[in-house]
Design a protein around this ligand. Sequence first.
Ligand code: FES
Length: 204
Amino acid sequence: MQLLNDFKQHLIASGKSEHTASLYTQRVAGFVKYVAEQRIGKITEELGRYGDRVSVCPQDETGLLDLGSVLDDLPEGTLVYCCGPGPLLDAVEERCPAERLRVERFSPKAQEDGENSEFEVELAQSGRTVTVAPDVSVLDAVRAAGVEVLFSCTEGTCGTCETDVLDGTPDHRDSVLSAEEQQSGETMMICVSRCRGKKLVLDL
Ligand code: FES
């Protein structure tokens, strides 16, 4: 994943938590569009200290956000960073080019049902190979082998466990990487994603 600061401008549409919107506003250099069901006085004051960098769009006052007015004709170098409920993220994904969009889901995207099969994971740094059983995640298999890895959500939404793939084809089941990033196969979220084939080589 590219870091937010790789981009010249940023825009966040947040559907739920003003506090989250505030935290992101501290992290980014660009503009934030905050979408809420209704204006909540105390926390809206929190966003108010960012001046015109933040536009608050309470739906009970202004109606549904016109995504076209926000997403069409974005200036060059703008990254759209969107967190919030699924319907908002889906609508933004439909309208915004994948290479300019990063989403953060509060719950995992629905995944196609598929059978899990066993495969091997070679850990390039430690020279070990672990077998990943159908009912075990790569994360758990790696940890059971005594390899320390960072993780948090264990449901493919936070990005903490992102791991470099050195060989093999991941079966991506996360809600973090863009379609383009998944297609490249360079990294994977080992808490949920698996292997298309018999073996992966990971930079662990
Ligand atoms: S631990 Fe959150 S995406 Fe894997």
